[in-house]
Design a protein around this ligand. Structure first.
Ligand code: UDP
Length: 325
């Protein structure tokens, strides 16, 4: 199939593009480079520099390239930032997402895969979160993704658009060629590795007074290549109907456990300091991914936290300053 990937210059979008190309799909990357990197875009992909806030730009891209499917990664994606700047999220993610959906319907694109989020579930009480867990977005970011999930439901009913919503827990790790590079970096694993590499003095732990065994927040880290694989499987499965999947490894690790594992993987000391809680952070987010395992046979190839951090560390060592474009 030909897949138009919005945000294909970003972290998860570029690695999913790489995997799609390896599986014989054609890829068109559409990205405004506001957060992504041109160097992250695989050379075998067609490239369109465009902005989803300009409806004509995405309409033209879809009309010109006539994709069979769209994978939508382009979005603002930080829970904490969304608590400070709600309009960035409520406007940019929702309005730009709707521009894209309208262009898809106008261009007769029949398949759509949305990058959604565990933040739909707010601060859940269950030990593991499956697709039946109550939706209660924990931030403007989560709300923006829920708005697009709802829009997809209606466009499926009224326009026949087939969709998959993939609710990522904590994406991490790297492929051989591509990794995580945000400016500024806010994510735990890349920051911890910058400390290991001597680029930062210490890692700040955002609170140790949560209701968890060691007091720090627990997250379910999933290798970005396993996440990419889920997109490939969901794309094929759309022929049999819409899909909603939670994507994680089903195991939670605290901030302290992540730092400790990074010490083992890198052999570095990684000094830490205690800081304040970050707004919008729930104590514990761990996925049940039983549904995608059972329905699509998805099975993570890199489930261990050591493997995830090791792949990120290898990429970091080869690209100490990330992408340099
Ligand atoms: N975190 C932290 N210090 C940092 C960055 C993150 O303690 O410098 C914590 C954060 O509070 C959360 C976890 O690490 O509990 C994962 O955060 P990240 O930003 O990587 O992903 P998120 O869970 O927000 O998607």
């Amino acid at each position: 199939m030909k897949v138009l990937v919005t945000g294909g210059a970003g972290y998860i979008g570029s690695i999913t593009s790489e995997v799609l190309l390896n599986r014989g799909h054609d890829v068109v990357v559409f990205d405004n480079l506001s957060q992504g990197h041109r160097a992250a875009v695989p050379s075998a992909a067609e490239w369109v520099e465009g902005d989803l806030s300009a409806p004509q730009e995405i309409r033209d891209a879809i009309e010109h390239h006539r994709p069979d499917a769209v994978m939508h990664f382009a979005a603002r994606s930080l829970v904490g930032e969304s608590m400070d700047k709600p309009f960035f999220y409520l406007r940019d993610n929702v309005v730009n997402g709707l521009n894209l959906l309208e262009a898809c319907v106008a261009g007769s694109v029949e398949r759509f895969i949305l990058s959604s989020t565990a933040n739909l579930f707010g601060a859940p009480t269950s030990a593991v979160i499956d697709e039946q867990a109550p939706i209660a977005p924990g931030s403007p970011y989560g709300e923006s993704k829920w708005a697009l999930e709802r829009a997809l439901n209606w466009l499926s009913q009224t326009k026949g658009l087939r969709f998959a919503s993939l609710r990522y827990f904590n994406a991490a790790g790297a492929s051989e060629m591509r990794g995580e590079h945000h400016s500024p970096e806010t994510h735990l694993i890349p920051l911890v590795l910058q400390v290991a590499a001597g680029q930062r003095d210490h890692i700040t732990i955002f609170g140790d007074d949560y209701d968890t065994p060691d007091g720090t927040c627990i997250r379910d880290y999933i290798h970005v290549l396993d996440l990419a694989e889920a997109h490939v499987l969901a794309l094929q499965a759309l022929e049999q109907g819409n899909r909603v999947y939670n994507l994680g490894n089903g195991e939670g690790f605290s901030v302290r456990q992540v730092i400790e594992t990074a010490r083992v993987v890198t052999g570095e000391a990684i000094p830490e300091q205690m800081g304040q809680r970050r707004a919008g952070d729930p104590a514990r987010l761990v996925a049940s991914s039983d549904r995608i395992r059972q329905e699509l046979g998805w099975a993570p190839q890199y489930p261990a936290l050591e493997q995830i951090i090791d792949s990120a560390w290898r990429w970091h060592q080869h690209h100490p300053d990330g992408y340099t474009d």
